[in-house]
Design a protein around this ligand. Structure first.
Ligand SMILES: *[C@@H]1O[C@H](CO)[C@@H](O)[C@H](O)[C@H]1NC(C)=O
Ligand SMILES: *[C@@H]1O[C@H](CO)[C@@H](O)[C@H](O)[C@H]1NC(C)=O
Length: 388
């Protein structure tokens, strides 16, 4: 950082008024990042055995009885995962952050939706020297779109991330020169929302995969009163949108910008232009993802450090009401005590070397709110304090 500052100071001195770019000239996608495609072969024996005729209309009727039984379905295959790799520098060049987006998003989430550099987690991580690998979970963005009911479920996505970590540690990620063959010796997993559920699934099954874990937009369980109304009323088949023409009807998207904005943003804490970009570029949620989030979170034997970062006004996790009642009452305020739905996530990580909870003054998608970079700073200062 010192070198960059003095370099720009020198350029300013020489070029005078002709050069007026700010010293912190952050871009949503830092220079040097490249898009790659990772072919991932994975098999999960923990998917839910959903019926192939599952729709938004019969969702609750069919899913609840299945979840009350202990039955697992096998899902396997080889699928493409679209990813963006941004190299690290210096002592952190071999420390890889793997970033896993939430529902209705893609890897663009971690880049501030390619809209505002102040909301780009990747930009912040790059300026601190970390390498990042930001993926589209299977069934999302530019990744393969297999069966949205039987394959595109959170436990399957966790198996795929496990395979990606095996590649990162073994030097076999398909990285371009001069990064080909890089062996990453420290893996930091960061999820948002459904991506945090994937991360928790992975930590439960493969507790030594991640060296550090960040669970953002997360709490101990997904509120059961939430999912039914959400799936049945707030989502529509994505193929009705020309952007997703030809998709299997089991892929859904938000049908109303007010719903998306209510769920993901806290009033007064965001810019409307960001929420508009978010809705215009919104992604999908599969029926399999929606059903598997209801399996809930799992206690792990993971021993690394964990930080949970959830907005004080997270409309998904901080509401105790039915969602159609909550929307009339307005944004909820979270129980921020250790016994609240967020604080209780500590019980899933009884062996963690460190466990911290942070409540930014924002909504579910706090990364896209004003002042997100303040919280990016908290997360990265904590990583540094834990030796990363
Ligand atoms: C990568 O792909 C995304 C779309 O998926 C695109 O917006 C971006 O410009 C591409 N390039 C880089 C370097 O991320
Ligand atoms: C960001 O949030 C922190 C913590 O609430 C606050 O101290 C700081 O003043 C805020 N910064 C801006 C620019 O709003």
């Amino acid at each position: 950082m010192t070198h960059i500052t003095s370099f720009f100071a020198l350029v300013l001195l020489l070029a005078g008024a002709a050069f007026s770019a700010p010293i912190e000239n952050r871009q949503v996608i830092p220079a040097g990042c490249t898009n790659i495609t990772i072919s991932v072969t994975a098999s999960s024996s923990d998917n839910i055995p959903l019926p192939p005729d599952l729709t938004t209309a019969n969702f609750l009727l069919l899913v609840n009885p299945i979840l009350s039984r202990v039955l697992d379905a096998v899902a396997s295959g080889t699928y493409n995962i679209a990813a963006t790799y941004c190299p690290g520098v210096g002592t952190r060049a071999n420390t890889l952050q793997i970033l896993i987006h939430g529902g209705s998003y893609t890897k663009a989430y971690w880049f501030g939706e390619y809209f505002n550099p102040d909301n780009s987690w990747v930009s912040y991580a790059s300026s601190e020297g970390y390498a990042t690998l930001t993926i589209d979970r299977v069934g999302n963005g530019d990744s393969s779109h297999p069966d949205p009911i039987t394959i595109v479920q959170l436990p399957y996505q966790a198996e795929q991330v496990h395979q990606i970590i095996v590649m990162a540690r073994g030097g076999t990620l398909p990285l371009p020169a001069p990064y080909t063959g890089t062996i990453f010796d420290k893996i930091i997993l960061a999820g948002h929302s459904l991506g945090s559920v994937v991360t928790n699934n992975l930590n439960a099954k493969y507790p030594s995969d991640a060296d550090a874990t960040l669970l953002t937009g997360y709490a101990i369980f997904f509120p059961p009163q939430f999912t039914g109304v959400f799936v049945q009323s707030w989502l529509a088949p994505a193929f009705l949108d020309p952007r997703f023409a030809g998709y299997n009807p089991g892929y859904l998207e938000f049908n109303n910008e007010n719903y998306l904005t209510f769920l993901f943003y806290a009033p007064g804490k965001f810019s409307q232009s960001m929420a508009d970009v978010d809705f215009a570029t919104r992604g999908t949620v599969s029926l399999g993802e929606a059903a598997s989030v209801m399996i809930g979170s799992i206690e792990t034997t993971y021993t690394g450090p964990v930080m949970v970062i959830t907005g004080q006004h997270d409309s998904i996790y901080c509401s105790t009401l039915n969602i159609d009642v909550q929307i009339l009452l307005g944004t909820p305020l979270c129980d921020m005590s250790a016994n609240g739905i967020v604080g209780k996530a500590a019980t899933l990580y009884p062996h963690a070397s460190d466990f911290k909870v942070v409540f930014p003054n924002a909504g579910h998608c706090w990364h896209l709110h004003n002042n997100a970079s303040y919280t990016f700073g908290i997360a990265h200062d904590w990583l540094a304090s834990q030796g990363f």
